[in-house]
Design a protein around this ligand. Structure first.
Ligand SMILES: Nc1ncnc2c1ncn2[C@@H]1O[C@H](COP(=O)(O)OP(=O)(O)OP(=O)(O)O)[C@@H](O)[C@H]1O
Length: 313
């Protein structure tokens, strides 16, 4: 395993065999890597295999086949060595319903050699006022914040956050984003799953799109959203430019049109070549292009292109 990789998953397979049903191929030859110190987001429709993959990396599930290394160790075998170094925020559970929130966090802290200060951490995730309440009485968002605090209290080198902001209000969501950004600055590796494209776009250095237990695409948000055939470039200039001649100067497959007079739209694959061709044509024809704007596909556009728009069971 390369030194700069915090997680390496190759050709992972996990099949569930529910008693009355046929086999569910939850993870089906999935490979991915997580660079140490980065934030990596796993995106995928419901049932894509994200949680199963993460749970195998956490050592909670055994894979049927494939190879997993986490901080250079095998999570299935090296649990005791990994546990103090890895923080885990589960989608649900992991907490006794009757336990008080603050006590629960203190209990987890007591298992670590150099934990964060519990009082300060409760404050940081905004649950100081409900710290004395039993877990089951906390709202969904408060339970999420406690789970996040439990993942962080041991000063982990790597954290797995399964849908960390699900059910949070806008304020808590933003505070969690800030916390994740601070983790990255502190050099902590973060692996998260999310259904919120804005969250992935905002936080992730690396996005992995998963469906049917396989990786469909991976890259930085910019890499994933650039290079498609659907981009647009817009600019303003004098009305009545010779659009046909402009189009001839552009890469094939690119379409140019004038919308309202003086407003031009170029549609096609927006890449450095297309941008250069447009500006070169303008320069060669004495055209001052103003308000030049590149409109890329959003991560959500890419996600729907790859995974389709049909509802999942
Ligand atoms: N313990 C289990 N027993 C049987 N099937 C399971 C089990 N856990 C998950 N599955 C099935 O495996 C598939 C993958 O589930 P998984 O939870 O990994 O997906 P996910 O991408 O995390 O989904 P979501 O976004 O809905 O949380 C689904 O079809 C799910 O029903």
């Amino acid at each position: 395993m390369a030194d700069d990789l915090a997680v390496e998953v190759s050709s992972l397979v996990k099949t569930y065999w529910p008693r009355s049903n046929r086999a569910i191929h939850a993870v089906n030859d999935l490979s991915l890597t997580v660079v140490a110190g980065s934030v990596t987001a796993l995106l995928g429709p419901n049932g894509a295999g994200k949680t199963t993959t993460i749970e195998i990396c956490e050592g909670f599930r055994r894979p049927d086949a494939g190879h997993v290394r986490v901080l250079g160790l095998d999570p299935a075998r090296d649990g005791p060595a990994l546990r103090p170094r890895v923080g885990v925020m589960l989608q649900s559970g992991g907490v006794y319903p009757g336990a008080r929130a603050g006590e629960m966090l203190a209990l987890i802290a007591a298992h670590h050699r150099d934990p964060l200060d519990v009082i300060a951490l409760l404050e940081r995730v905004g649950i100081t006022e409900v710290a004395g309440m039993p877990y089951r009485r906390l709202s969904g968002g408060q339970q999420q914040r406690l789970a996040l605090a439990m993942a962080l209290v041991g000063r982990p080198e790597l954290v797995f956050l399964d849908e960390p902001t699900a059910g949070m209000d806008v304020q808590a969501r933003r505070a969690t984003w800030e916390l994740i950004e601070q983790l990255r600055i502190a050099g902590v590796t973060v692996v998260l799953t999310t259904h919120a494209m804005d969250e992935a776009e905002r936080l992730a250095d690396h996005v992995v799109i998963v469906d049917h237990g396989k990786v469909l695409a991976a890259g930085s948000p910019a890499e994933l959203t650039s290079g498609g055939a659907k981009g647009e470039l817009r600019f303003r200039a004098l009305a009545g430019l010779d659009i046909d001649r402009l189009e001839l100067a552009l890469p094939s497959g690119t379409v140019a049109r004038e919308g309202p007079p003086g407003r031009y739209v170029i549609q096609g694959k927006v890449d450095p070549q297309m941008l250069a061709a447009v500006t070169a044509w303008c320069a060669g024809n004495g055209v001052m292009a103003e308000d030049l704007q590149v409109e890329q596909r959003s991560l959500e556009d890419v996600f729907v292109e790859l995974t389709g728009s049909a509802l999942r069971p």
